[in-house]
Design a protein around this ligand. Sequence first.
Ligand SMILES: Nc1nc2c(ncn2[C@@H]2O[C@H](COP(=O)(O)OP(=O)(O)OP(=O)(O)O)[C@@H](O)[C@H]2O)c(=O)[nH]1
Ligand SMILES: [Mg+2]
Length: 319
Amino acid sequence: MPANLTPQYYEAEEKYRKASTPEDKIAALQEMLATIPKHKGTEKLQADLKRRLSQLREESQQKKKQKSTYNPFHVEKQGAGQVVLTGYPNTGKSALVATLTRAKVKVADYPYTTSIPATGMMPYEDILIQLVDTPPFTADNVPPGLLGTLRNADLLLITIDLSSGECLEQLESSLALLEERGVIDPTGESPVAIPYIILGTKADHEEADSNLEILQELRPDVEIRPISINNDLTDLQTLIFKKLDVIRIYSKAPGKKPDLKRPFILKTGSTVVDLAYNIHRDFPNKLKSALVWGSARFDGQAVARDYILQDRDIVEIVL
Ligand SMILES: Nc1nc2c(ncn2[C@@H]2O[C@H](COP(=O)(O)OP(=O)(O)OP(=O)(O)O)[C@@H](O)[C@H]2O)c(=O)[nH]1
Ligand SMILES: [Mg+2]
């Protein structure tokens, strides 16, 4: 049934997409629920939105209540995006985090090695992306709190062990588990679902090629990226950055050189107003115009408030 969503709803959805704090996300979700047309065609979407809203409310309540108690499954976001690895035991999650970051995580050739999340920062060009290693996730093993970690991610890496004869089962179960709990949505319809990449790990193993072929034959609908910690991982890093769907913006004060060291990280499609809001909550009201170097037709071009910025633009806000 067609959902017939209104422009007001899409505007609120865009706010949700760009929200970087739980408070902003809650506000956007409330607006989405207030503006969504109430009929049969939107029932599933309404339910998804309500579920996400109550999760976020619960989390912020919990945070207020237990400021002093440490919850290892609540992973503070750092860097340009939070990428959480999830998958069956022994699929190479920790090995990948150990290869791409300087985190000291335990890697072992037996299952259930990791018991709580651990983080590391992965350098990518001029930014750092946060990787989060997690304990294994199967139908029989759902560590309390793990779903919260997964739902808070900006991107999930789902690991399938290509050296294992059980890789098909791993693929089917991992996707089903995450979908049932509303973490991912393979149809791509839910705005609150978490984007993901499916990694076929241990691609250097002698069984890997034939296992991957079988997987692709049986599940032509899913895309699996073969990787190995023993091979070059640059393409994976680039893919992770692309999937995070963010842009880097360098700010510049009038008459000064731009600050090229610490870019602002914004969602793709963000405008000059979004940047201003990120610099200071009061700035959007004071904003008169902005000068842009990079995507504009000429250097230092004056642009309007709703000008859509591109990755690596340099922007001078004029107040
Ligand atoms: N050949 C090969 N072995 C790998 C690769 N990645 C991981 N391994 C091995 O696979 C085993 C399991 O790796 P871990 O990183 O501990 O797996 P995990 O998913 O973190 O396991 P749990 O913490 O139990 O969930 C270790 O013996 C690793 O050395 C790879 O790309 N190639
Ligand atoms: Mg591990």
